[in-house]
Design a protein around this ligand. Sequence first.
Ligand code: HEC
Length: 186
Amino acid sequence: MKCKIIIPSTLALAAIAGLSFLYSGLYPMGADVPHTKLTYWVLETLRERSIARASSKLQIPDLNSPAMLLAGGADYNDMCTSCHLKPGQQKSDMSQGLYPQPPNLTKDTDDHDHSHGDNSDIDQAARRQFWIIKHGIKASGMPAWGLTHDDERIWAMVAFLKKLPQLTEQQYQIITARKGNSGMQH
Ligand code: HEC
């Protein structure tokens, strides 16, 4: 009998405590104060589970064509470096000021060795990148580029991102230069 009273009243108290905290204004919302560990974990889990689910069925085109690499490189240089940097660049106002921080995409953060790696992991990483570039990420500085760019251009940037961590400053300059008017325009 007792638990019929105890459980609902505990739940009600927890709900009141949660709501009081929400309305109290105590949570620091500035981008210059990091999230608490719990908030960070909740947001990261929400983001990664959602993206993994939404992207799992995407068909990947051939990402190895040179034309794709060139188109993706020029677009990356125009639209992404202010936040995600380029070879030889360590930081920008955006890379420092945004929270969550835009990852430095010139660094290979993937710690497993691709030569022995599982292909399905590499494919899923490409699908995840495509999805993020196309749809953006809520409550972060990452815009949804799919509203203004078609899938082909987005896959081209995914193709370029695969190569970016291996490029020297010079190679980067050459690959990302737009050739006269033959390059794709915005
Ligand atoms: C105004 C800043 C900004 C610009 C411009 C921007 N991004 Fe981002 N991007 C972000 C932020 C911030 C994140 C991290 C979001 C998060 O962690 O929730 C992100 C995340 C990503 C990720 C996921 C990285 C990972 O592995 O977690 C990819 C891929 C990406 N961006 C690609 C691009 C590409 C390609 C462009 C250009 C077309 C671009 N971004 C332009 C801010 C930006």
